[in-house]
Ligand binder design. Structure first.
Ligand code: PMV
Length: 326
């Protein structure tokens, strides 16, 4: 039995426009960010995760992605992406784990197959949602979902029931975003369900979802033309629409309001209910300090991060890198 380590990593992401509405097949614009999660695997006598016995009941992503494995494994994860915060940690984990397992098995995998694996793991773990996060974490850079006549390179189509998502590559001019984390963990599944219940019982909610789709198309033009003023204004409008859908919260509103005097626009990013907001600005230090002064954690985001990749240079034992609990 070879007990060599295989490591892969994938970036987190943030949504510029279109979260929640994308679940209904509306457009969305997403950027990968320079915070990654890595996953190392090696054959073993029993399944362990970060040095502890692996309980598959508590780790549905691992259960799904190892469904065809005929041997036990040691798994080690290292993450710079806070969990349950709207930055795609579960899609990034799924993409990194799926790629590391593929490398270990010696088999090849296309990007589309990797997206299918990561999206499958997300659906298994949370039961709902779109392939937006999986696509962004696998491909990296910028992606657009369901943009009519999008000018970017076509990447893949994914369908589920009567919904389908056409994913294209999006070239993004240099822009500065600051992400602010409220520190409140909010899992995606219940928020997606909340919006579904609202749209099932109210035409008004369906109109809000349509409106998010419409402004996302306008935002795409602004982004392509490097028109930060228009894009920022649309981001703030999107935050208001998401608030009406019931997925914002006081802490997110507080960070959005505090950053607006120093930003072109700001909004929650990801599923909401806590987690993160994002501001578009050309004074990132100022915006970061405003976020921190309100008790949030700020990340000045470098965009254009590489997608899921093998970390072939890994030579040390990844178990040595696990941070100790304080
Ligand atoms: O909070 P995150 O990182 O899981 O992002 C969720 C994005 C949603 O649009 C709310 C759901 C989805 O699957 O597209």
């Amino acid at each position: 039995m070879s007990n060599e380590w295989y490591t892969a990593s994938a970036p987190g992401k943030f949504v510029v426009l279109g979260e929640h509405a994308v679940v209904y097949g509306k457009p969305a614009l997403v950027l990968a960010m320079d915070r990654r999660i890595s996953c190392s695997v090696r054959r073993s006598k029993r399944n362990t995760l970060n040095g502890e016995p692996l309980d598959f009941n508590r780790q549905p992503h691992f259960r799904y992605l190892t469904r065809d494995l005929r041997y036990a494994m040691d798994f080690v994860t290292n993450s710079e992406i806070p969990a349950g915060s709207g930055l795609g940690s579960s899609a990034a984990l799924s993409a990194a784990l799926a790629l590391a397992l593929k490398e270990e098995s010696g088999r090849q995998m296309t990007e589309k197959q990797l997206v299918d694996e990561a999206y499958g793991a997300e659906l298994y773990a949370q039961g709902n949602g779109s392939p937006m996060d999986a696509s962004a974490c696998v491909h990296g850079g910028g992606i657009a979902v369901n943009l009519p006549e999008s000018t970017g390179k076509h990447l893949w189509n994914i369908s589920r029931g009567n919904r389908s998502w056409n994913v294209t590559e999006m070239n993004v001019p240099k822009m500065t975003f600051v992400v602010g984390n409220t520190g409140i963990r909010a899992p995606t599944g219940p928020l997606v369900d909340k919006v579904r219940r609202f749209t099932n019982r109210s035409h008004f909610a369906v109109d809000i979802v349509d409106e998010i789709g419409n402004i996302t198309i306008e935002g795409y033009d602004a982004l392509r033309n490097n028109d930060v003023e228009t894009l920022g204004r649309i981001m703030t409008m999107d935050h208001k629409l998401l608030s009406i859908l019931g997925v914002s919260c006081n802490e997110l509103n507080r960070l959005v309001n505090a950053t607006l005097p120093y930003a072109y626009g700001a909004k929650l990013t990801g599923s909401g209910g806590g987690g993160c907001m994002v501001a578009l600005t050309d004074t990132p230090e100022k915006v970061a300090s405003v976020i921190e002064s309100r008790g949030g954690t700020a990340y000045i985001v470098q965009t254009g991060s590489q997608g899921a990749r093998s970390e072939l240079e890994m030579s040390t034992d990844p178990l040595m890198d696990i941070p100790m609990d304080p």
